[in-house]
Write a protein that binds this ligand. Structure first.
Ligand code: EPU
Length: 338
């Protein structure tokens, strides 16, 4: 089924919850419907944006003068099961955390560290969502897509997706060229737990740890640090953690000995953007209705009837101040939608 809405109020369809209208909002629930839409006049003559749960988008204007295209493909199919693992194909429109909850309930390990991340399955594979030492690329087998130009299906194996930190081929070289329709994940029946990131281990009970314990702990940590959707609109981490050369980090460390870092490879380290923003004095600062979240400076929030321009201005000022203080450029993780 295809649903088409015109001049549609999309405040509830993006997690920043700002008052934005889209010229069109179009939803489909099968691959066939997507293919026929791609051949329609509407999509042939207007630019369009495939969107998931709207959890990583910043609409820069109050009117989005194009087409928002949302997948409501919500099938879940068990493709293969052995004594040790399962392969599950999940429709792009399935809510990511519903899938994680289902895996944990069935005792399938691999996704539990990624609990409570907002958004949908299709975007998980584009964005390579990650948290607490796990990235979704670690469990992706393949990604099913439709080519926009031709309407033909193409399956990308994990290695073809060119996954990196919050990035994939779908965000770069092939941006706008393919629409994800389903993702196949591999999950383990005897889970290998990843407990060494940050304060995860210390948030877990003593003794035998199950994937359900990990899910509970991750949800508790995220709830403590990130705003609940009904508290403030936000898009989670607004900036990516910058990756800088080791030499630059060593120099900075001389002046800022408590600067945290994670080793990326021999020549690079990642510095937490939240720490940089915090140390520049931004905690709780406001710009119009937008603000820096008190409990985690990496998150910009819609504090009180924020307008898109408030968030854009706040982000720009933060970026400038981090650059002036540390000589480090921080870039948004959030996608700016013109
Ligand atoms: N910090 C501060 N002040 C702040 C925020 C952080 O000093 O206001 C310091 C913390 O004390 C800590 C360090 O910065 O030493 C890192 O902070 P934290 O572990 O809270 O998170 P992060 O590394 O900045 C990343 C992801 C999160 C993910 C967590 C846990 C990015 C951009 N963000 O944050 O992802 O949940 O690690 O794995 O990589 C998201 O993408 O939306 C998201 C929430």
């Amino acid at each position: 089924m295809i649903r088409i809405e015109e001049n549609y109020f999309i405040q509830a369809l993006h997690t920043f919850r700002m008052p934005v209208y889209a010229r069109w909002f179009v939803e489909y629930d099968t691959v066939e419907d997507l293919v026929s839409l791609l051949q329609s006049d509407l999509l042939r003559t207007h630019s369009f944006l495939p969107m998931g749960g709207g959890s990583n988008l910043l609409f820069v204007h109050e009117y989005y003068d194009s087409v928002l295209l949302h997948s409501a493909i919500r099938s879940v199919e068990l493709l293969n099961e052995t004594d040790s693992e399962v392969l599950v194909k999940v429709g792009a429109g399935v809510v990511w955390d519903d899938f994680v909850a289902d895996c944990v309930a069935k005792g399938w390990g691999g996704a539990e560290n990624l609990s409570y991340i907002p958004g949908e399955v299709g975007a998980s594979a584009v964005q390579n969502i990650g948290a607490y030492g796990v990235e979704v690329k670690d469990i992706i087998v393949e990604v099913e897509t439709i080519e926009v130009a031709t309407g033909t299906p193409r399956i990308f194996q994990n290695a073809e997706c060119e996954y990196g930190y919050r990035s994939s081929i779908f965000k770069h070289e092939l941006k706008g060229k393919y629409i994800v329709t389903a993702v196949t994940y591999r999950l383990q029946k005897q889970p290998h737990l990843h407990l060494d990131y940050g304060n995860l281990r210390s948030s877990l009970p003593e003794g035998n740890i199950t994937i359900a314990d990990v899910r509970r702990a991750v949800i508790a940590i995220r709830r403590a640090k990130l705003p609940e959707p009904d508290e403030y609109g936000s898009a989670g981490s607004f900036f990516m953690n910058p990756v800088i050369p080791v030499e630059q980090y060593e120099k900075l460390k001389a002046s800022y000995p408590d600067m945290p870092h994670y080793v990326v490879d021999q020549g690079h380290v990642k510095v937490p953007a939240g720490w940089l923003i915090d140390r520049c004095g931004w905690k709780g600062k406001e710009e119009g209705g937008a603000a820096v979240y008190e409990k985690q400076c990496l998150v910009l929030i819609n504090k009180k009837n924020a307008r898109p321009s408030d968030v854009v201005r706040l982000a720009e000022k933060i970026k400038q101040s981090v650059h002036d203080t540390y000589g480090i450029t921080i870039n948004p993780e959030v996608n700016y939608i013109e």
